[in-house]
Design a binder for this molecule. Structure first.
Ligand code: EAX
Length: 325
């Protein structure tokens, strides 16, 4: 018995030291808190890559702004101080203007079309182009279609947006969209609960899950289902790190993050009906059928702006508009 115990103890300590030597840690950053769309991708990825690599990789998720806002996380990924991120499309805008193409207003008709285009050759052009700014673009998961909320008035027509102070992401395109709509857009990094609560801003725009997970129903009275921008996350790795990996490891990382993205997109969409019911139940006044033609009309000329003037950006935008007709 004693012998057996000794052998077991030796075996156990061997396996512990083996693991602690072999496991490589992937640091992954998201700005949002547990339960958020980004975190669901991150947690699924962690589960899958730890399984596919038989424990050779372990993932440490940094969330809730513990390592900075989304722009700061992207800078750390460029430098390889962290290896991966699940980041909203908006803040990529200043790193690589080609990303503006996917944030273009009223581009995709529905989720199925967004998936078909982003998972196809046009989406790949964007992922590949991120190499020019130090990222390995892996795949797209989703925040979802963005809707306007505010605390001033019910909004059905674009004209009623005039003068509202709307928080936007750190993205020149998002700022231009809300300028074109007549609002007073204020760029601000995530999170924004206290700014809404204190009335520093009148409103914001985000997908339904945000209103639930961040409890915006407590501090925003009106929601308009504008669905003005389809907002993906872009899942990236540090190119410095990626180049050091064996092809077989690149392959399982790519597989794990792609499967995590597919899983999260479905679960996000499946929950939207219940979210809408919850927000109504919590007392929000929701305009489900706004006059979208009035919103479209005000942003129709955005494609001619300087934001899209670079040839590679202009060319891809025109291809995307054609593909999503
Ligand atoms: O997911 O900053 C934003 O509005 C983003 O949508 C945020 O990451 C919440």
């Amino acid at each position: 018995m004693k012998k057996l115990l000794i052998i077991l103890t030796i075996l156990l300590s061997l396996s512990i030291s083996h693991n602690s030597f072999a496991a490589q840690t992937i640091k992954l950053g998201v700005v949002t808190k547990p339960g958020s769309a980004q975190n669901i991708v991150a947690e699924k990825f962690k589960e899958l890559i730890e399984k596919y690599s038989n424990g050779n990789y372990e993932v440490k998720i940094f969330h809730s702004k513990s390592i900075g806002n989304e722009t700061e996380i992207l800078q750390q990924i460029q430098m390889n101080t962290i290896q991966m991120g699940v980041i909203t499309g908006g803040p990529f805008d200043t790193f690589d203007p080609i990303v503006r193409v996917i944030n273009y207003p009223f581009l995709f008709k529905d989720s199925a079309q967004a998936d078909a285009i982003l998972d196809g050759p046009l989406g790949k052009e964007i992922l590949d182009d991120l190499a020019t700014v130090g990222f390995k673009g892996l795949c797209f998961s989703e925040n979802g279609f963005r809707n306007l909320t505010n605390n001033k008035r019910a909004i059905k027509n674009a004209g009623e947006v005039a003068g509202l102070k709307i928080r936007v992401m750190a993205s020149p395109l998002h700022k231009s969209i809300w300028q074109a709509l007549g609002a007073n857009p204020t760029p601000m990094p995530w999170p924004i609960y206290s700014e809404l609560e204190q009335g520093v801003i009148d409103g914001q725009e985000n997908p339904l899950w945000v209103m639930e997970v961040y409890k915006f129903f407590e501090i925003q009275k009106y929601m308009t289902m504008t669905r003005h921008v389809y907002s993906p996350h872009i899942n990236v790795a540090s190119m410095i790190w990626w180049k050091t990996l064996k092809p077989a490891d690149q392959e399982i990382i790519q597989r794990a993050i792609t499967e995590a993205a597919v899983y999260q997109r479905k679960e996000n969409r499946d929950k939207n009906g219940a979210r809408l019911a919850l927000l109504k139940d919590k007392g929000m006044t929701i305009e489900e059928n706004p006059d979208l033609a009035s919103f479209r009309a005000k942003v129709a000329d955005l494609k001619d702006m300087d934001l899209f003037k670079k040839p590679k950006v202009q060319t891809l935008l025109l291809k995307m508009i054609e593909a999503s007709k």
